[in-house]
Ligand binder design. Sequence first.
Ligand SMILES: C[S@@+](CC[C@H](N)C(=O)[O-])C[C@H]1O[C@@H](n2cnc3c(N)ncnc32)[C@H](O)[C@@H]1O
Length: 564
Amino acid sequence: MVNRLILGDNLEILKMMTSESVDLIYLDPPFFSNRNYEVIWGDAGEVRSFQDRWAGGIDHYIAWLKERVIEMHRVLKSTGSIFLHCDWHADAYIRVEILDKIFGMNHLINQFVWKRSSNRSSISKAARKNYDTVFFYSKSGQYTFNLHFMELSKASKDLYKNEDEKGYYQTVPLLVSGKRNGETGMTWKGIDPNKQGKEGMHWITTPDKLDEYEKEGLVYFPKNGTTPRLKYYLEQSPGAPLSEIWDDIRLVQGKEVIGYPTQKPFALLERIIKCASNEGDIVLDPFMGGGTTLAVADKLDRKWIGIDQSVQAVKVTELRLNQQTDLFTSLYANSYTLQLHKYDYDTLRDRDAFEFENWIVGQFGGTANIRQRGDLGLDGRMPDNTPVQVKHSENIGRNVVDNFKSAIERYDKKLFEKNIAAGTPAGYIIAFSFGRGAVQEVARLKNQENIIIELVPVDTIIPVSKKPTIRIEVNELSREASGIREIEFIASAQSKAGIEFYSWDFEYNAEKGFRASVIIDKEGRQRAKLKAGQHNIAVKVVDNDGLESIEVIKLKVNGTVERE
Ligand SMILES: C[S@@+](CC[C@H](N)C(=O)[O-])C[C@H]1O[C@@H](n2cnc3c(N)ncnc32)[C@H](O)[C@@H]1O
């Protein structure tokens, strides 16, 4: 499965990605602005990245970004392209020092200017800075570009100044220069095109077709008797072919607003992704933020990979993907994998045992056995063939060790004896935890029979943590005459890693899943006005490792407020 949401420093993640595997990269890295507002999420991952970039001036920033763009260039397919979004703080340096050097000057396709329509900056002694730059480079000269049309400017719309029952139109010539002998050179309405002007003219189509145009009322006959023209309606116009100045995309607004300052508009990403990729292509955003690129890619049936160093960014993106239906009425989100720094203990325990065994053997560096007769219940082997057994449970007892010992002895006696002679492990048992009996038996085998069986707890192979726990207090604040109650909800959660944020769904429906009404709430306090009836309110808590829990409160509001 390609769709992936990954928590981590993009440099490390990119280094693990396969070369030439991505069709399009859009990146909106933190700008070089030395402002605290650059820190948008405020969690440990992001602050670390901020300090990283700020260890020293523009040279340091460019070096920081450049090593990442080198990896992006590597993971792009030869037909792929990159869109790098930046602004005046560093755009010149980025073009010359990074993109021209890595992609080559000749692979700059376009330098787009996104004129942000709203203008919040207030520089009094100079003109306002109100645009961002988006560089478009291809990896080779071969790249995808689907022509896109922008809305017509006011000046262009004004050209459609005539009006009839079909709408506004302008007229375009029916006769164009160049002599022709065929049908388009024939006389129509008594006008011989070859006798028009020095070089002669011809009709844009055949006389039959011109008759049809006339019947449909599409021919305009000027009152002064000059040559008839064709009516071209505003509605027929696809718009203006894409140019490098984008002044028709407004800042994020309305329902689209998630509530963090650098969120880019859906329409901006829609334009980029439509232009530079096709359905089924893989789109990567290594500075994903709140996931605009992923949301658009998903909607447009592209596959996607998003990386961010902030837990909050990853979780907000996840929430956003899962609730897109409410925002843009489309099918979201295609299934995806979420990669955090820690694995959730409960999820691992709930996983199908066979699937878990195969997966953990791989994580341990071995190869899982495709179950066949004759493998004696062993689950895999290491590269040197030493057997591995996995128990998808806790507190493994002595009998497991004894059974394993006889199985490995029977399975490959030569290998078993070789390991004993070399003093190397004769086998590994992986489990969530081991009981005293198992530990003692392993020690006995080693001391008395020179057989080394290693007991491997799962959390020594992969980092495992427990989900946060959560408690909710419900207080009735007031009651209106209409029966509406104002209710306060106070969530308090515990996690070793620390709590990152809470999200609320005030119309929770288990079938639809969690759809946040409030995406980010740092305090865990909300108020809601509830009518009489049954209400299901869900609160999600996310900790600093990205692990989460959901608690659903069922409230019956009637004469009283009752919590089930
Ligand atoms: C300007 S925001 C991106 C906003 C995004 N385009 C959107 O529309 O939501 C930049 C993001 O880069 C992330 N970031 C910064 N340094 C990073 C790094 N080294 N690896 C991964 N993500 C990083 C930040 O956490 C932040 O979410």
